[in-house]
Design a protein around this ligand. Structure first.
Ligand code: HEM
Length: 424
């Protein structure tokens, strides 16, 4: 392995850890991609950043998602006696067949394109309600925060309604999910030692909450997804109690952390490219490619990981079983070998492809829902906000490296057009 290549990639990965790179990590990603697939000793991982390599390897059955057992064994030792046992239950995104297949199948029906399409009128109303709630000051310029006023409340409300979680409990999730997503944040998350890290405390609190919620639904079933999963759990051996709680936690977190960033990234890209914003305002048919191009250009999940299930040579690098592989999706999606002018945001580009929802058996279950929420939000934002303009560019970013997105996005506007129907 050429040391210069490994040094370049190690240095660029170190640069990604620096909060100063959060607003624009793409030059660092470019250096990593140009170096080619590289084993990085400091992270004990093969780093893959080319589009074709990522696309093929994410579908490779030797790439295991069961990457949590060391952490689980450690957590078992440090977990307080009274913590819910479901804390130790892996999310199915971090499991392999046959468990992964069984658990994914139980929830997949709730997120098919057809089921999700039925939610369109409700989601459209929610977006309009959020925009109606903004002050309309025709005389004096108004200001909104795209993150707090639109991108955050929409997905959390939608996933709460699907699951049957009281929307009034949203502030609790905000806190738990900010603390817990540090764990999902790719590399550099500290765990080990004897004390409880904050993400594990947040996980314990969240599981306690979810267990109570499930107990309540058991007593009073409704038409929601939790009640449906309880029925499956009670009818046989397809789902254990802990697996049920773990699914609810995964959906709650996956259902909003990422979509917030998609809506924010799409709005940001449109405000930086007023020509595309103007075109979208008059032609809502462009919302779909705008969402796809946002997913390519500035993906809400920047990287994912796998563990090698057997000794193998991957991208010419000999690796032993248990080696980690990092897939830098955000770097892959700007690969000039696949995308002409990859650093340009262009919803009119031909045949937009991306790996923002990964590929293979773990392909994002919520993709149709995320796409629908983003499409409706970007369409209405473009149609109803008059003269929207960023108050700060770049906006400040959250600390997260992987689930990367702005913490706030103040936008000035002159007025808000009334809602009108029918919207498409
Ligand atoms: C823009 C928004 C979203 C993005 C970018 C995104 C991205 C991803 C990615 C990259 C994965 C694969 C992770 C891996 O293989 O390691 C994934 C899996 C998953 N996502 Fe999403 N997601 C989004 C929204 C959602 C929503 C709204 C939901 C739920 C309602 C959801 C639920 C899931 C679940 C359950 C998995 C695990 C699938 C499996 O392991 O079989 N996601 N997502």
């Amino acid at each position: 392995m050429a040391t210069a290549q490994a040094d370049t990639v190690t240095e660029a990965l170190g640069g990604l850890l620096d909060p100063a790179s959060r607003a624009d990590p793409y030059p660092l990603y470019a250096r990593i991609r140009e170096a080619g697939p590289t084993w990085v000793e400091d992270f004990s991982a093969l780093v893959v950043a080319g589009f074709r390599d990522c696309e093929v390897l994410l579908r490779d059955p030797r790439m295991s998602s069961d990457r949590a057992h060391d952490r689980r064994a450690w957590a078992e030792d440090v977990l307080p006696q009274d913590a819910p046992s479901s804390v130790l239950e892996p999310w199915f995104v971090s499991s392999d067949p046959p468990d992964h297949t069984r658990l994914r199948r139980l929830v997949s029906k709730a997120f098919t394109a057809r089921t999700v399409a039925q939610l369109e009128p409700r989601i459209a109303d929610l977006v309009d309600d959020l925009l109606d709630g903004l002050p309309d000051r025709a005389a004096e310029r108004g200001q909104m925060d795209v993150v707090a006023d639109l991108a955050y409340p929409l997905p959390i409300t939608v996933i709460c309604e699907i699951l049957g979680v009281p929307v009034a409990d949203q502030p609790l999730f905000r806190d738990w999910s900010v603390r817990l997503t540090r764990l999902v944040d790719g590399f550099g998350v500290p765990w080990g030692g004897e004390s409880l890290p904050d993400w594990l405390l947040a996980d314990i609190e969240l599981h306690g909450y979810v267990q109570e919620l499930i107990a309540g639904r058991r007593r009073n079933p409704g038409d929601d997804l939790i009640s449906k999963l309880i029925a499956v759990e009670e009818e046989g051996d397809r789902l254990t109690r802990d697996e049920l709680a773990s699914i609810v936690v995964l959906l709650l977190l996956a259902g909003h952390e990422t979509t917030v960033n998609l809506i924010a990234a799409g709005t940001l890209a449109l405000l930086r490219n007023p020509r595309h914003l103007a075109v979208l305002r008059h032609d809502p048919g462009l919302a779909e490619p705008t969402v796809e191009e946002t997913l390519r250009y500035d993906p809400p999940v920047q990287l994912t990981q796998r563990v090698l299930a057997e000794d193998a040579e991957i991208c010419g690098v000999p690796l032993s079983r248990g080696s980690q592989v990092f897939f830098l999706l955000a770097a892959a999606q700007r690969d000039p070998e696949v995308f002409p002018q990859p650093d340009t945001f262009d919803p009119t580009r031909h045949d937009i492809q991306h790996l923002a929802f990964a590929a293979g058996p773990h392909y994002c279950l919520g993709a149709p829902l995320a796409r629908l929420e983003a499409r409706l939000t970007l369409t209405r934002f473009s149609q109803r906000m008059t003269e929207p303009a960023l108050a700060a560019d770049p906006p400040p970013y959250r600390e997260h490296i992987n689930l990367r997105g702005p913490s706030t996005m103040p936008v000035n506007y002159t007025s808000i057009a009334p809602r009108s129907r029918p919207w498409r």
